[in-house]
Design a protein around this ligand. Structure first.
Ligand code: C5P
Length: 239
């Protein structure tokens, strides 16, 4: 996969004009833009259409986590928006994931639409091992949990998962190739972790088996964003 296709740039802004300015500024080097909770809540589905109109692909990162019927219905609407990828929480359960996957396929066949990739969020990259056990009450570690959720997403017919670089090789080894792994929490050696706890450099993440890397602040919060993006792309090209 080319470096341009591997990188997903997170549009973590709330003003649609700012988002479109980023798409126009970086569209030559990045194929896919991530629309998350902040931007979608402020700009609505029009922002997806506006990005498409400028030739960008959209990863709609709304992390659905609800009962099967609700997620199925929301996913059907998302499919009609034509996004290339969207996500839901694996912890929403097997039935929720399976029914969503089936409903999306049925909608695409019935309405002759391209099928978006559906990926399941495992454990957020902002959660530390300590928080996972102490605050969230799990007895086992994050890696075990991520492997378990990934296997469930795979059985449910999903295209892949969202997971930190630290769990990528465990997922790859247990599920094999062909299952997409999207990795956020990407921090080149020269950028600060911010609120992310389980970070990884672009090179390490790809080396461990990640397919797509989500990058936000490591580009957009830098003094020279173009330079930062160039350094990340170069790191990917030499990985
Ligand atoms: O700025 P930074 O690169 O940390 O941004 C990461 C982006 O990826 C944010 O938009 C965040 O919502 C998203 N994300 C994440 N961890 C996940 C899933 C998505 O950080 N597990």
């Amino acid at each position: 996969m080319s470096a341009k296709d591997r990188l997903i740039l997170a549009l973590d802004v709330n003003d649609p004009e700012d988002a479109i300015a980023i798409v126009e500024r970086f569209g030559e080097w990045v194929s896919t833009f991530k629309v998350g909770l902040e931007l979608f809540t402020s700009a609505g589905p029009d922002i997806v259409r506006d990005i498409h109109a400028r030739g960008g692909k959209v990863f709609l990162d709304l992390k659905f986590h609800d009962i099967p019927n609700t997620v199925v219905r929301a996913a059907t609407v998302v499919t009609r928006l034509g996004v290339s990828m969207f996500n839901l929480h694996a912890s929403g359960g097997f039935e929720m994931m399976k029914r969503t996957s089936e409903a999306v396929v049925e909608t695409c066949l019935r309405e002759n639409l391209p099928k978006p990739k559906i990926v399941a969020v495992t454990v957020l990259t902002s959660i530390s091992q300590e928080e996972f056990k102490k605050d969230m009450g799990y007895q086992h570690g994050i890696r075990t949990h991520v492997k378990h959720l990934s296997a469930m997403a795979h059985r449910a017919g999903l295209d892949g998962v969202v997971a930190s670089g630290h769990e990528v090789s465990a997922i790859r080894n247990s599920i094999g190739s062909g299952f997409i792994i999207v990795t956020p929490g990407i921090r080149p050696s020269w950028s600060p972790p911010d609120d992310q706890k389980r970070t990884m450099t672009p090179r390490e993440a790809v080396h461990n088996g990640a397919d797509y890397l989500v990058v936000g602040r490591a580009v957009l919060s830098q003094k020279e964003p173009e330079k930062a993006l160039e350094l990340i792309l170069l790191e990917l090209l030499s990985s």
